[in-house]
Write a protein that binds this ligand. Sequence first.
Ligand SMILES: Nc1ncnc2c1ncn2[C@@H]1O[C@H](COP(=O)(O)OP(=O)(O)OP(=O)(O)O)[C@@H](O)[C@H]1O
Ligand SMILES: [Mg+2]
Length: 488
Amino acid sequence: MSELWAQLGSILATIMFVYAIIERFLPPSFRDSLQIHTQKVMNLLYPYIQITFHEFSGERLKRSEAYTFIQTYLSENSSQLAKRLKAEVIKDSQNPLVLSIDDDEEVTDEFQGVKLWWAAIKIETSSHGFSSFSNYKRYYKLTFHKKHRDLITISYIKHVLKEGKEIALKNRQRKLYTNNPSSGWYGYKQSKWSHIVFEHPATFETLAMEKKKKEEVIKDLLKFRNGKDYYAKIGKAWKRGYLLYGPPGTGKSTMIAAMANFMNYDVYDLELTAVKDNTELRKLLIETSSKAIIVVEDIDCSLDFTSQRKINKNEKNEEDELLMEQKDYYQRKKDEEESNSKSSKVTLSGLLNFIDGIWSACGGERIIIFTTNFVEKLDPALIRTGRMDKHVELSYCCFEAFKVLVKNYLDIDSHDLFDEIGDLLEVVNMTPADVAENLMPKSVNEDVETSLKNLIKALEKKKMEKQQEEDKDCVETVEDVKENGYIV
Ligand SMILES: Nc1ncnc2c1ncn2[C@@H]1O[C@H](COP(=O)(O)OP(=O)(O)OP(=O)(O)O)[C@@H](O)[C@H]1O
Ligand SMILES: [Mg+2]
């Protein structure tokens, strides 16, 4: 053994000696060609290629997306094989504790039968003289045999980035955004949207509506989600508009939550009354991410906002006239300016541009939903196909919807009282919200039958009220005929 070490020592000494001679006495041109040849020999002896992916890249030292996606991919696929793992608590993630391979650890991966090696590398770079902290650079190093060069560079890396992105999207915590008034858009902590974690539990299973209608919406959403190439082929921006309409309490907002959960999208709840003008509206749109649902609730109220404001102003005018006269000119001017700055000047055309103008194509994979209680009040331009592609009516509770609610609230599929309830629902208009409220047990001791009887009682009461209303109308008609000889 000692002989072997002695031999190794003398070989190393010889190499260093020859290297020193070359450095000192050989001309630079000869040295360069020697280096090239040495590299060639090295390449023959070491048939592997290495690719590095640095954590920070770009001009503004932005964390590289590729690095993040590789980290996610390796955490999911190869972290079981690693002996040393790094634990990180990540904000805005469904699984906040994320395990990834530790620095200077190596794991293997396989792709189409080809073996590759990933190493997480951390190197110390220069430290600041005035600080005791060191700077570190991190990167992932991918090593593979050179005969698989095309497979790895063309297919494997694409596969890793795509899968990493998908896993990151799946694990992320979805958010519910709302727009800030423009006074908060600038300066420190500037942001156009505020957000909280989106945690609405509604799903299509718990949504009470006719089965056929529900399936239609689900199919439509699925087609949209998988339609990236199709939209590109037909030259249309990858977005879809939904109009949900129906009386209050029929599940419009619930359906939006179910859609967001189904699609795994963020929700941007756009409060139009807080948007000053069309330019602001466009700025807000640009700041939304893809994979998002943009919602404008009660669109009829939002669009009428400006005229509504004017009506209120006119009503108030007479009362305030006396007071106003007492105010001096400058004070009045100031008040006027203030009220103007508060009012929204978003116009119908601005909103239409928001939905399908050229700016609306930025980002992609977005759903825009309008809700209203009065579909007939909306401007036809707003809801024409292409803008609002799919109109969904959410209506009063039918028997099918009742069966979903009763399963949600009482966990039963059938009961002797179902027939009676079905008959009543055919003649009485009750919203799913009211049906749900009646089904909800009012105390811990209340059993299924009591809850169902409560609902029957409420339905019968409504039926009676409806009957009385009809009778009253009938009496009025008879009186009109008696009085005028015709129906008014
Ligand atoms: N179709 C439904 N399926 C399941 N639950 C429903 C449904 N409709 C209403 N609900 C229940 O009633 C409540 C109110 O419903 P929701 O807020 O979705 O009504 P809406 O149609 O948006 O009403 P509005 O027009 O007043 O905004 C919900 O929290 C939900 O519990
Ligand atoms: Mg609602």
